[in-house]
Write a protein that binds this ligand. Structure first.
Ligand SMILES: Nc1ncnc2c1ncn2[C@@H]1O[C@H](COP(=O)(O)OP(=O)(O)OP(=O)(O)O)[C@@H](O)[C@H]1O
Ligand SMILES: [Mg+2]
Length: 359
């Protein structure tokens, strides 16, 4: 599951609009999508014409561990599920004050549904508090919508600094992209904002920009996504383009995996005799969930075994590999990490890195 959080402490910059329309466009393209609303304002439900969740089966109860996540899921259409919230969610920060691991509540609750969806899209509140931290720790990708009409380079810089500090302190890597929203190309101001963004963050900006389009406001007030409301408007085209840009990253990743996959037994001249057993080892507490995924298992995470040796207890997995170069990553308690014991890495196409082992 690819997990993407919409984050910006600035209000009204298009987080909810993007979360809803991206989720709906991905679902339209045949992807299985889960949308989670982490904003106590509950705007995602409103924008999709769903009564906000007044029951006790909302994301709040999931984060508190009172119900399994599957109990909070609501099916909106064949490919789109959602978990909504209500205003009670605003108590989360206080209720959790001082609780251990409180930033990881969402990440942990997703573990059981990791394989049920292709995409998770998270809408966040306009603040960088505990709820947004939970969204960030549960995701590998972040989209920062930047509204051209209230653009502040300073505010964006501070948000990027915050994300970098979170990465440094937790070791959780995040691939960050900036999405310019509410762009009116007729105005010098909007054009100037785009130029500034692209000059300062050339690698981070999406090619796609979301233009100002009143149909988006109308769609939200009718409780419909833009693909339900009006497929001829500019905003529909923009959100389709954004979806394709995001899907292109997935295609590039798959192509890379296909070309770097080791020879199969049929193809390879070496056969089983040419294989070597590599024991992958990760140092983590016994109660952690430690998995590995890489070229050698088609990137489907497999568990390691805890070896309780008195000298050096660790998680281990022996894997037979034919000679070649393999990329891999560990998945620790739902968080992707490169191998801390291996300095050799390559770009993973998501703005992060994979570890590399040569056999
Ligand atoms: N490209 C656009 N053109 C015109 N209106 C837009 C556009 N994008 C968003 N809007 C409108 O701007 C308002 C704010 O957008 P939205 O709710 O998505 O922002 P937000 O970042 O989620 O806000 P908050 O921080 O309060 O959650 C909404 O009324 C929405 O319909
Ligand atoms: Mg919002």
């Amino acid at each position: 599951m690819r997990k993407i959080a919409l984050v910006n402490q600035k209000g009204g910059c298009g987080k909810t609009t993007t979360a809803i329309n991206l989720a709906c466009c991905l679902a339209d393209d045949g992807k299985k999508v889960l949308l989670i609303d982490l904003d106590p304002q509950g705007h995602s439900a409103l924008g999709l014409g769903v009564e906000s969740d007044q029951s006790e089966n909302s994301i709040y109860e999931v984060l508190l561990g009172q119900i399994p996540i599957t109990k909070a899921v609501r099916t909106l259409n064949k490919n789109l599920d959602a978990i909504f919230c209500n205003v009670v969610l605003s108590a989360f920060e206080q209720v959790m004050a001082g609780a251990p691991e409180r930033e990881y509540k969402l990440a942990r609750s997703l573990e059981g549904i990791e394989n049920d969806y292709d995409y998770l899209i998270i809408d966040s509140p306009p603040s960088v508090g505990l709820l947004t931290f939970n969204g960030l720790m549960a995701c590998e990708e972040v989209i920062i919508p930047v509204d051209s009409s209230s653009f502040s380079l300073h505010g964006l810089g501070k948000l990027l600094d915050t994300i970098r500090i979170i990465e440094e302190k937790t070791g959780h890597e995040l691939s960050v992209k900036i999405l310019a929203t509410n762009i009116d190309r007729r105005t010098n101001f909007s054009r100037g904002v785009l130029e500034t963004l692209r000059a300062h963050f050339p690698e981070k900006c999406f090619e796609t920009v979301i233009h100002t389009c009143t149909r988006l406001r109308e769609a939200a007030s009718h409780g419909e996504s833009i693909n339900e409301y009006d497929r001829r408007c500019v905003a529909f085209r923009d959100y389709r383009n954004l979806t394709h840009e995001i899907l292109d990253v997935e295609d590039a990743m798959k192509a890379k995996m296909a070309t770097s996959r080791p020879l199969s037994e049929d193809e390879g001249p070496l056969g089983k005799l040419g294989e070597r057993t590599v024991t992958f080892t990760f140092d983590a507490p016994e109660n952690a969930v430690v998995q590995i995924a890489g070229d050698f298992n088609n990137w489907s995470a497999e568990g390691l075994h805890f070896t309780d040796s008195p000298s050096s207890p660790a998680w281990q997995k022996p894997i037979s590999l034919k000679p070649g170069s393999y990329q891999y990553k560990y998945l620790i308690d739902g968080h992707w990490m490169t191998d801390p014991a291996n300095r050799k890495t390559v770009d993973d196409f998501f703005g992060g890195a994979n570890s590399v082992i040569d056999v």
